[in-house]
Ligand binder design. Structure first.
Ligand SMILES: [Zn+2]
Length: 445
């Protein structure tokens, strides 16, 4: 380790969470729940995996968690989340104007400490709302310390998923990402079983020709999955970049396209043909004024679809139940046909299907051998019972307040409706004072 790396490492550990020390148990037995798709059954967890599903499993020394009165569903998967700006919740519209104008002065004075704190706050909300896998889209890596800080906050927090290493928000379109810093980071932080690395790029919509192709080449050389916002707004769609990407060999299962709100049916066919998945964040796509997310056309094209909460600046909360509902209902509205996309299909996007778009195959379903990523939703709330089917209940009726218990990789993160191991008052105080400080510094009211 050289001096710079030492500094980065100590900077990263100085503000690591004292919270998020969740309960771990080598063996857990979940009793009393109704399992989505299976019915009433017990679930035995050993280490981070589901070992057995059946009736009246003997504890044999396992810690028993009584989940009576709940529906057990797979942990949900977010496929595109800018965690670094979580403490700027609601700052998408200020005296400075809309999202871009309001966030720019803040993004430019952001610190590694603010990024790490934001990741910690985002993770607390993820656990609380039943999200157990994330794709952290870190698109304000101003120097290597930012990347180290976000990575460490994810690692310490114990979340599974992908850390997509990015670029400074104010990087000019003609400038390359800092490849030397990227390679150094890659060397220092090899993939862990729980956390993999990817590359988030500005892509053809937001960087110059020649630049984004080079970024693709480097990412593929390094074996990193690529993600990019493409055809998000009307201008982006008109640029025809998805067709150019298809022609040039820049699509593929390793290339996730985010938003694509203004992509054409031909674009969707190209993405499906090349295996590029899409990540949609219907709430923020509408909130920022991109347009109406073409969920029905995407589903009809056979795209692999993942769902996203995007960011808290615009999105407000990380309610994946609400994301499922709006995705489902947009498709119905667009086709003028009730049930255009089945509830089970939307649930798949939020769970196993979303995970597959990230190249992750061992989460999102409740089966022996898969990760013990599980969410117990209360069936005795005024808004959850009666409900015609469990799929309708979770896609249209439930909300994060109904989440009783969350287990991720065999670790209990929430139980009895309360987060485990998160000093949430201290976390919120820290977040509030940090954003107030940054706003003062940026001259924002
Ligand atoms: Zn985004």
């Amino acid at each position: 380790m050289n001096r710079r790396q030492m500094l980065a490492a100590s900077a990263a550990t100085a503000f690591l969470p004292t919270a998020l020390r969740a309960q771990t148990s080598p063996r857990l037995l979940l009793t009393g729940a109704t399992i989505l798709g299976t019915g009433p059954a017990d679930v035995l967890i050993e280490g981070d995996r589901i070992q057995q599903i059946g009736s009246a499993i003997a504890p044999n020394g396992a810690e028993v968690i009584d989940l009576s009165g709940t529906l057990l569903m797979p942990g949900m998967v977010d496929t595109h989340w800018h965690m670094w700006n979580t403490i700027a919740r609601g700052m998408g519209q200020t005296d400075l104007g809309g999202f871009a104008s309001s966030m720019a002065p803040l993004a430019n004075i952001w610190t590694p400490e603010a990024a790490a704190l934001s990741v910690r706050l985002a993770l607390a909300e993820a656990w609380s709302s039943g999200i157990t896998t994330v794709h952290n889209w870190a698109h304000n890596i101003r120097n290597p310390e930012f990347a180290a800080a976000e990575w460490e906050a994810m690692r310490e927090g114990g979340i599974r998923g992908i850390f997509a290493y990015g670029y400074p928000q104010d990087l000019p379109p003609e400038d390359r990402m800092d490849f030397a810093a990227l390679r150094a980071f890659r060397d220092r932080f090899a993939d862990m079983p729980t956390l993999r690395m990817g590359l988030c790029t500005r892509g053809p919509d937001r960087s110059a020709d020649g630049i984004w192709q080079e970024e693709w080449r480097i990412a593929r050389e390094m074996g990193l999955p690529i993600t990019s916002h493409v055809a998000s707004d009307r201008k982006g769609g008109a640029a025809g970049n998805i067709a150019r990407m298809a022609e040039g060999g820049f699509l593929g299962p390793d290339v996730q396209i985010v938003h694509a709100t203004h992509a054409t049916d031909d674009d969707f066919r190209r993405m499906a043909d090349h295996g590029s998945p899409v990540s949609i964040s219907p709430w923020t796509e509408m909130e920022v004024g991109y347009g109406i997310p073409p969920v029905a056309r995407m589903a009809k094209a056979g795209l692999a679809i993942g769902l996203s909460v995007d960011n808290m600046v615009l999105g407000g909360n990380a309610d994946m139940f609400g994301v499922m509902k709006v995705a489902s209902d947009l498709a119905a509205g667009q086709t003028e046909r009730q049930g255009a996309v089945a509830d089970a299909a939307v649930l798949h996007w939020a769970t196993a299907g979303g995970a597959e778009t990230l190249g992750l195959t061992d989460t999102g379903r409740i089966a022996p051998g898969t990760l013990a990523d599980l969410v117990a939703v209360r069936l005795d709330a005024v808004n959850t019972r009666p409900a015609s089917t469990p799929e309708f209940m979770v896609t249209h009726a439930a909300h994060p307040g109904n989440v009783d218990t969350v287990i991720a990789g065999g670790i209990v993160r929430k139980n009895g409706g309360k987060l485990i191991g998160v000093d949430h008052e201290a976390l919120l105080d820290e977040a509030a004072s940090m954003i107030a400080h940054l706003m003062r510094q940026a001259g924002i009211r």
